[in-house]
Design a protein around this ligand. Structure first.
Ligand code: CTP
Length: 205
């Protein structure tokens, strides 16, 4: 099968030397890519800026911003059997990034932010019959309710939910999978590769 996996954070430019980003390490997405390759699948890995080794045999596409990630997904998702959006995509970006390095001034600086595209939401709206869409929900509060809300709003088949304290920027993860038909599957927690293997074992047809 052709599997598209997104991983890592995005960076949203403030000026030529500054950006808004988050603590995603990319390790969960890269572990999913490794696990899928080991099962013999064709893997396209669309990755934000990370500092970890690239799984051999993955078709790696490097991106920086949410807009670049959205374009890469538009290019590769249409003929994918499965899309797994594991990336921690920025929801907002500076509305007016500076072309020159910003100089400090007296008083406060107000940064105006605008929404980025909801990449997974767009995929959900244009889902091909037979295509499987899997999202991630990393939450600090109300994990199950937030995850189920995203599963429904984004028209997903599965959502992988984890608490930020259990899996965001860490070496290990603890994930619960929710399926659109109501099934709930807590996966054994462990290192990200073992969690990725259990996750694929549950979701692959
Ligand atoms: N995602 C995406 N595009 C974005 C933001 C998130 O495709 N601009 C994807 C992530 O890769 C992940 C899921 O959507 O699979 C997480 O959704 P999130 O943004 O957290 O959900 P929202 O419904 O926007 O809820 P909220 O921001 O209120 O938590």
């Amino acid at each position: 099968m052709k599997i598209v996996i997104t991983a890592g954070p995005t960076r949203e430019k403030i000026d030529p030397v500054r950006y808004i980003s988050n603590n995603s390490s990319g390790r969960m997405g890269y572990a999913l890519a490794t696990a899928a390759l080991d099962l013999g699948h064709d893997v396209t890995l669309i990755s934000g800026p990370v500092a970890i080794p690239v799984p051999e045999k993955a078709n790696l596409i490097k991106v920086v911003s949410a807009a670049e990630m959205a374009q890469a997904v538009r290019d590769h998702a249409p003929d994918a059997d499965i899309v797994i959006m594991c990336a921690a995509v920025a929801d907002y970006r500076p509305a007016h990034p500076w072309d020159s390095k910003l100089k400090k001034m007296p008083g406060k600086l107000v940064l105006e932010l605008e929404r980025t595209e909801d990449i997974l939401g767009t995929l959900g709206k244009n889902k091909r019959p037979g295509q499987m869409l899997i999202g991630f929900a990393a939450e600090t509060d109300d994990l199950e309710a937030n995850a189920l809300g995203k599963l429904e709003r984004k028209n997903l088949d599965w959502i992988a939910a984890n608490l930020v304290s259990d899996g965001f920027g860490t070496d290990t993860n603890r994930i619960t999978l929710y399926h659109r038909d109501g099934k709930k599957i807590p996966l054994p927690s462990g290192d990200k590769l073992s969690v990725a293997r259990s996750m694929l074992h549950e979701v692959l047809p």
